[in-house]
Structure formats: C-alpha cells, structure tokens
Design a protein around this ligand. Sequence first.
Ligand code: NAD
Length: 506
Amino acid sequence: MATATNPTERLSSYNPATNDLVGTVPIHGQAEVDAAVARARVAAARWGALSFAARAEELTAFRKALAARSDEVAELLHLENGKPDLEALTEVMMALGHIQHATACAEGAMAPRRVSSGLLANFRATISYHPLGVVGVIGPWNYPLFTPMGSIAYALAAGNAVVWKPSELTPLIAVKVAEIAAKAFAVSDLLQVVTGAGATGAALAKSAVDKIAFTGSPGTGRRVMMAAAERLTPVLLELGGKDPMIVADDADLPKAAEACVYGALTNAGQACISVERVYVAESVHDRFVDEVVKQVRTLKVGGDDGDLGAMTSPAQVAIVKDHLEDAVAKGAKVLTGGPAAITGSYIQPTVLTDVDHRMKVMSDETFGPVIPIKRVGSLDEAVRLANDTRYGLGSSVFAGKGARALADKLRAGMTSINSVMSFAGIPSLPFGGIGDSGFGRIHGDEGIREFTRIKSTAEQVMALPVNMMSFRQPKDAPKRLRGMIKQLYGDGVLAKATDWFRKLRQ
Ligand code: NAD
C-alpha cells in the first residue's frame, strides 16, 4: 500500500554557513507523490493541447514573474545552499536564460520533418514530436535552481507537466518557484513540487510518470534507473564528473590560470562541470602553477561578499577532506589550503601538485575547492590521462593553433576551448555526459526533444501497379525480388550508381 505523509513529520532546511533553520517542508510519501502525478496528468492534457504560441505566452509570464522575484529567490539560494550573493544571482539569471531559450526554440525543435521515403517513393514520410505527458524531475543541491530548470523549462516548453522533487538540502527554493509558477500559469498543477529525502525521490521514480529527469550522483542515478525499470519509464541521467583541463605550451597562461581558478572554485567547487584535474605541458607547468597560486591567494572565503561560500553539506566536506588526506599521504604537495585548512563548513581553496591517478583527487569526483595540477611530457599523455576516467561530462583545453584538434580527442559530452564551463551558458548547446556522467541531454533542441515522443508517419500518396504489402503477388515474385536485390544492393547498375553518388558527396 502506498505510504502517506505523516502530517507531524517535516523536513528542516538549514543554512550551512550558520546552522540556522531556514524553514521546514512536508515529507511526501508515495500516496502524495502519486496524487501529484495524477493531478499533473490532468494538467498535461490541457497544456499539451495548447498551441506553441499559447504555451509561449504562459512561459513568458512565468519567466517574468520569476525575474521580478529574483532577489527573493537568490536570497533563498544563498541561505539554503551557502553560495555568495553574486553566485546566487548568477544562478537565477542562468535559469531565466534557459526558460527564455526553451520557450523560443520549442516550436522549431518539434516541427514535423519530411524525410526521404526511399524505395517507397509513393509515400510521404514524416517525423513528428509530441509531448510525453508528465515528467518527474529529481534535482541536486549544488545548483538547486539552474540544474533542475535545465529539465523543467525544456519539459514544459515541449508541452509536458512537471512534478519536481528538489534535494532535501535545498527544498525551499523549489517550493518558492512552484508558488510563483502556480500564479503565473493558467493551467493549474502544471509545475508541482513534492518534498522529502531519498524516499520521496524513489516514490517519484516508481510513479506513473512518462519520464524521469534525474540530476545527482552516479550511485543514486543507478537506483533511479532500477526503480524506473519496473514500469519501463525512460530516464535521463545527469550525473557527476571529473572534468579535465589541458594546458598546452602555446596557451595564453594568465588567461588559462584565471579560467582554471574560476572553473575549479566557483560554487566552492561544487559543480558537476568543475575543473577537477589539470594537465599542464612540462615547459609551462611551473609558470602556470605560480600564476594559479598567486590568483588563489587573492580570494576571500566566507561572508556574503566572499568569492567562495560555505560548503552545502558536512558530508561533502568529509569527502573533500578524505581526498586531500589521501593525496597528501600518496605524495602530493600542498601549495595553498590543504586538509588542515578546513574549518567547519569552509574549505580554503587548495592547490596541489605532484599528483597522480592513484590518488582519489585525480580519479573520484571531489566536488570541492581543489585544484590538482599534473605535469605532462606531451599532449598525447595529457589526452590519455584526461580520458582515463569512468566519467565524461565536461572538459576544457587551453592551446594555440592545435586547440580544436586537441578538443576533438577528449572523450566527454562537452568541451570548452580557451574557456571553462562556457558550454553550459550557451542554451543552444545540448548538455550531458557519457559513462558514469549519465546519458540523455538537456538544453538546446536536443533538450526539447528529450521530453517528446517521436512519431513516424508513412502516408501513401499514390498507388503503384505492384503492391508489395499484399499477399496477392504474381507467381514470379521471388524471381523478380532476387533481381531487385542484386540490382539495388549487389553488383547491379542501381547499386553502383548509389555507391558512386555517395563517393561524390564525400
Ligand atoms: P544525490 O544523488 O545524493 O541526490 C540527488 C537527488 O536524488 C536528491 O533530490 C535526493 O533526495 C534524490 N534521491 C536520493 N536517493 C534517491 C533514490 N533512491 N531514488 C530517487 N531519488 C533519490 O546527489 P546530490 O549530492 O544532491 O548532488 C551532487 C551530485 O550531482 C554530484 O555528483 C554532481 O556532480 C551531480 N550533478 C550533476 C549535474 C549534471 O548536470 N550532470 C548537475 C549538478 C549536479
């Protein structure tokens, strides 16, 4: 039997910088989750039947309402997650950008397409895209608004209703956004929030949604996929990363160092696309390290105006500490910060050198303000080490003329050239990974189509004298078919002509 909410049981959300209570939310059980999904199903029928223009009007109203309350939302991000004000506002701005982009590109991305009908020349072949219905979104705590919005905005723009389960560490932001959505959308229950810890997420993964978009760790991603398998619910998994950065000897070193420091330390390193390890060409290694250390030393940790905020959870602080101690025990050199420089929820930005792939800091997701830098003898070695990972989310290369070729060799879902993380800020670029970083894509046209079902339609526009889709065939049909096979796919004239045209096009 489905479990229901115990009305006396509530989830508390704390400010990680002060441990003060920010607020409480209900803990929803399977029964509440199922009820939310049932309400969403009604909303999806109304929303999915609207024209793109009508949906765009409402999405625009939602975006404007969210923008109007951006200070309030940013303040909650700051309080619940611990990030400084500037980072909180940046997150709100990026989320708004995706709502705007998804609204603008949905109709184009879902436009029906005519394709070649091949041998069946008397047919019109069309691919069309339709809303799935109800999408369940399970989000993490590190970017509590931006990350889930990468699914929510695209799912809504594609004509679906959404049930969102935010992280138990940052539920109030989601509740606030749902409140704003409820006022902005004419269709009720279009964007609902269910709250609770892992059990509530598990309830959503098991419920009758048409797709689950999950963002979080690979371990939880596997559990979500197993739960969804029960109903064969498709899943989109945005998981962790161990993003490499490569610096070649002809890179612009000050720029590369500045990007590295930002890419590794923004959000206190708690980003799935953080720079997690750096490979630097031998000849520029020392100069690069000096520049990174110089810049790191200017950063302020803590305070509303700090560059680095509090870590969101004590569990994450423990992981970072463990990685640092493991690295030091295996011979890494600490140039700034280090395991001894951790106080409460604050970690001083740490630069390490003399690192290798035996260390957790080079193989597992650290998700903290750490910059491990490794010297490499050649770019081939850099590529080999960069690809020596079970993850494959983001990556970056800093180089001169060989930069693009270098980028092409990286086995990752996304690569920035002479910048870091920029692919996440370009809404038309699909976002996602491979391997333990997950599969499926948010953002861009692919991100819209991720939340659609594809339908193929074959429409007969005229009848041919010979109808292959009938049992009434002439006696010599097998003989004719043998001739056709040879002609079309063997050594026949038609097959040769097709091959010749293909070569011509190459
Ligand atoms: P997490 O896996 O601990 O939790 C993510 C969400 O899953 C939370 O809402 C949680 O309550 C829920 N959950 C927990 N157990 C569940 C279960 N059994 N079934 C269903 N849901 C369950 O992840 P986290 O610690 O919140 O987030 C950090 C991780 O997220 C990092 O690995 C980070 O790299 C990753 N991340 C990835 C992206 C991306 O786009 N690829 C973006 C942000 C974060």
